[in-house]
Design a protein around this ligand. Structure first.
Ligand SMILES: C[S@@+](CC[C@H](N)C(=O)[O-])C[C@H]1O[C@@H](n2cnc3c(N)ncnc32)[C@H](O)[C@@H]1O
Length: 221
């Protein structure tokens, strides 16, 4: 489905009160500055990554962010797909990152909270050519809508640090809500089902093996 198509029909999976809520959250966050104290531990984890990102950018490499990379399997696949790019994978889970496969030289894994990472990236004027949000935590309870990336105050910073964002999810409503939120921010998007052949990690392969449908939303300014 494309953005124009969405304007000609109502989303069949939309819960209207959620849409109003999402629109209100997006509007509020677009005019407020998200402030978060960044701990010394987080700074120590993130600063070396920023230095490397600047160096790679200066050397002419495009920059890709795998946000919430889990074990880093998708980060490695991306580094292989985009071998001229530099790919940074960020995840808060040390347990997952410890299970990472061997990393190619154009890859870096960082253990950090994404909120702090995105804020520091923005303060450093770094912009990713491609940001991937692969199967973000959906926080399915309605009362947790503000924890989903589209309802979170970090959303403007996510957008300010990305030229193009690719979201993948097995939840149709999440794809639709994400596209809706980005549209409120003036972004264009396209959404489609992913073919079974398009798999970046063993995590995605499990979805395919269990017969789940997967959606991809590609968004850009
Ligand atoms: C459902 S898993 C998806 C993992 C991976 N993207 C994949 O496709 O295999 C979500 C991941 O996001 C990470 N995550 C969630 N919120 C995060 C945050 N605020 N900062 C950093 N990582 C986060 C979790 O630790 C987890 O590894």
């Amino acid at each position: 489905m494309t953005q124009n198509a969405s304007k000609n029909r109502s989303w069949p999976w939309t819960v209207e009160p959620d849409r109003e809520w999402i629109a209100a959250l997006v509007a509020k966050h677009s005019v407020t500055q998200y402030r978060l104290p960044i701990s010394a531990t987080m700074r120590a984890a993130i600063e070396p990554a920023l230095v490397r990102l600047r160096d790679e950018h200066r050397s002419g490499h495009s920059l890709i962010l795998d946000a919430g990379c889990g074990t880093g399997a998708s980060t490695v696949s991306l580094a292989q797909c985009y071998c001229d790019a530099f790919v940074v994978g960020v995840d808060r889970s040390a347990v997952r990152l410890r299970k990472s496969p061997p990393l190619p030289p154009n890859t870096l894994l960082v253990r950090a909270r994404l909120e702090e990472f995105w804020l520091m990236v923005h303060q450093s004027d770094i912009v990713f050519d491609r940001t991937l949000l692969l199967y973000p935590n959906p926080y399915p309870k309605r009362c947790h809508i503000g924890r989903r990336w589209y309802g979170h105050p970090i959303l403007p910073t996510i957008l300010a640090t990305a030229r193009l964002i690719e979201l993948r999810t097995n939840l149709e409503w999440y794809a639709a809500d994400w596209a809706f939120a980005l549209e409120q921010c003036g972004w264009q998007w396209q959404c489609r089902l992913l073919p079974n052949s398009d798999v970046l990690s063993p995590f995605e392969r499990k979805y395919v093996e269990h017969g789940y449908q997967r959606w991809i939303v590609i968004a850009y300014q």
